[in-house]
Design a protein around this ligand. Structure first.
Ligand code: FAD
Ligand code: NAI
Length: 519
């Protein structure tokens, strides 16, 4: 039967109420989270009877661990030179001001102040992990130092999550002349240098040749960091710079240099081709099979492999050089590896077992980019490892508590002469024994790959995704994928505060464009 006006009215009334209810629910959720973030509860003090768990680093691995860890069970000490968590997937957007840098920084103090038991934080670098003495040597390398800027922190358990540093492969001139893209400071430096190159290129009487050099932005490395940065930079030029500095419109050029035959090797062939075509349409020049051999303050020396296999040397002038050729092992990790014979064959970082215990140690774990596993060094892997270690430590604490309780009951049983009490204690011991075997059962770490996403410019992204635990996979690229990219990242940003800041920045950029002032 066709719907009557009355039933139509009922449906509309139901939808109206549903809208109201969900808006109310949303507002209550927001209000609760805002209140909660501003009013941390009282915390338990450190407890000398608990074991000391020292966590090195405040990146993807360590913060994922910290967020899920039940700090009631341990005295936790975090050591990192960075007193904030950095949401690296949106770092390329900070280089052009699409997103402001503070929007992707989450203060560590906010995170630790919300834990049940107080967590100690020292802003310092771990300079040495002494395996035999079970201490970490730490140094405060920040600008302001007190009387003490170097000391030792003892540990019962240690988690190493110090990430990796930028690889340069010993190529001369890279460290002195190139910008990297790993930290907030790098993004700020790039933003400043782009504008400096532009203002210098428009300086009175600048020669034509020098203008071309200054406006040539070269990116080395066709992995996702290099691709996303090149894409953001070209967007900046097309959407803002071209309009505000029309003199440079015909000269500004972005070139991406990659040693391998193609960019984004971790993506499927179709998406690699789609990315290369999109870059061509966007006027980003891609130089594959071109290896950088030397860097000076104004040019790079490259060796390009021709179609017939012959190699040709060439000099490419640049105004800005961004170096994004992947990861290298940090000094403190190299030193630790040197102390452990079990690590002698490991090259990419700390070799770990299935439970992320550093090979050759007892009570030392490693996660993220500083560990060498069969997985790629990504935030996805590091955060899953952090979650795994939190489960492991929570379960270890429960196991210890049950074991202590079992010992106490056993002593009571030995001392008891009353048959009824003995029977009751035996039943209790059996029940505790069963729960002990349950908490002890933690399967080894297993990574679940959700897929890879990258922004490629002009409101397009590429995505190789796995659904339902890898049962279905899809490879997509384009504007819809870009919307997916945005919603995926905004949902992954750790806190509500940062989520709101990122959304506001995107809106601000859409409405007013990016800021072209040089700070
Ligand atoms: P990090 O997150 O690098 O954290 C290391 C921490 O250790 C930092 O807090 C650092 O200050 C601290 N530290 C350094 N030295 C010491 C020391 N000596 N003592 C104590 N602490 C120390 N991955 C993805 O999966 N998806 C993406 O979209 C993505 N985008 C990226 C974009 C960019 C620009 C970059 C650079 C990386 C991106 N990645 C992405 C990779 C991802 O960021 C890393 O794999 C991830 O950060 C690794 O986490 P981690 O905890 O091992 O190290
Ligand atoms: P990468 O290791 O993925 O890529 C570096 C590229 O530089 C390689 O393709 C390499 O061939 C090239 N290269 C090395 N030396 C060179 C030379 N001398 N001349 C020219 N090219 C040279 O590094 P990247 O992009 O920094 O990524 C690091 C890690 O972070 C990866 O695991 C990556 O998956 C992850 N990441 C993921 C992102 C995403 O999922 N969207 C974004 C950024 C990083």
């Amino acid at each position: 039967t066709p719907p009557t006006p009355k039933s139509r009215f009922r449906v509309l009334r139901f939808l109206w109420r549903l809208t109201w209810l969900s808006s109310l629910g949303g507002a209550a959720y927001l209000a609760y989270h805002i209140y909660d973030s501003k009013h941390p509860p009282e915390q338990l003090p450190l407890d000398p009877a608990k074991k000391t768990l020292v966590v090195l680093g405040s990146g993807w691995g360590s913060i994922s661990l910290l967020k899920k860890l039940d700090t009631e069970d341990y005295n936790v000490v975090v050591i990192s030179p960075r007193n904030f968590f950095l949401f690296t997937p949106l770092l390329p957007s900070c280089t052009t001001g699409t997103i402001e840098h503070r929007s992707i920084m989450e203060p560590l103090r906010h995170i630790i102040r919300h834990k049940k038991r107080a967590v100690k934080y020292y802003e310092a670098e771990a300079t040495k992990i002494d395996v035999d003495r079970r201490v970490v040597k730490i140094n405060d390398f920040s600008d302001i130092k007190g009387n003490v800027s170097e000391t030792e922190v003892p540990f019962d358990y240690l988690v190493v999550g110090v990430g990796a540093e930028n690889a340069t492969f010993g190529i001369p001139g890279v460290r002195e002349n190139a910008c990297f893209l790993k930290e907030i400071g790098d993004a700020q430096q790039i933003r400043k240098r782009v504008m400096d190159c532009i203002e210098t290129a428009t300086f009175k009487d600048q020669t034509e040749e020098e203008k071309d050099r200054l406006l040539h932005m070269v990116v080395v490395g066709g992995g996702p960091t290099g691709i996303e940065f090149a894409a953001e930079l070209q967007d900046f030029f097309e959407e803002d710079l071209r309009k505000w500095v029309p003199d440079i419109a015909d000269r500004f050029k972005v070139t991406l240099v990659e040693a391998l035959p193609n960019v984004l090797p971790m993506f499927s062939k179709a998406l690699i081709e789609y990315t290369e075509k999109t870059f061509k349409d966007e006027n980003i020049s891609v130089r594959t099979k071109t290896m950088v051999k030397k860097v000076t303050d104004k040019n790079i020396e490259v060796e390009a492999t021709q179609a017939d296999g012959s190699k040709v040397k060439e000099n490419i002038n640049y105004g800005l050089l961004v170096w994004a050729t992947g990861n290298a092992v940090r000094g403190v990790v190299r030193d630790l590896m040197g102390q452990l014979p079990a690590q002698k064959n490991s090259r990419r970082g700390l070799a770990v077992n299935d439970y992320l215990v550093v090979d050759g140690t007892d009570g030392i774990w490693a996660l993220g980019d500083c560990s060498a596993t069969k997985y790629a060094p990504t935030a996805q892997v590091a955060s899953q490892q952090g979650n795994f270690l939190a489960r492991l430590f929570n379960s270890m604490a429960k196991t210890q508590a049950v074991e202590e309780e079992l010992r106490r009951l056993d002593q009571q049983l030995q001392a008891s002469t009353d048959e009824a009490e003995k029977a009751q204690l035996t039943a209790e011991i059996n029940a505790k024994g069963r729960s002990l075997s349950k908490v002890k059962q933690l399967s080894p770490f297993e990574y679940s790959h959700q897929g890879s996403l990258a922004y490629i410019g002009a409101d397009r992204a590429v995505a190789d995704l796995n659904w339902f635990g890898g049962a279905i996979s899809s490879a997509t690229g384009g504007e819809l994928t870009y919307l997916f990219w945005r919603s995926a990242y905004v949902s992954m940003v750790f806190s509500l505060r940062n989520r709101i800041l990122v959304l506001t920045d995107w809106l601000k950029t859409k409405a007013f464009g990016r800021d072209v002032s040089r700070e």
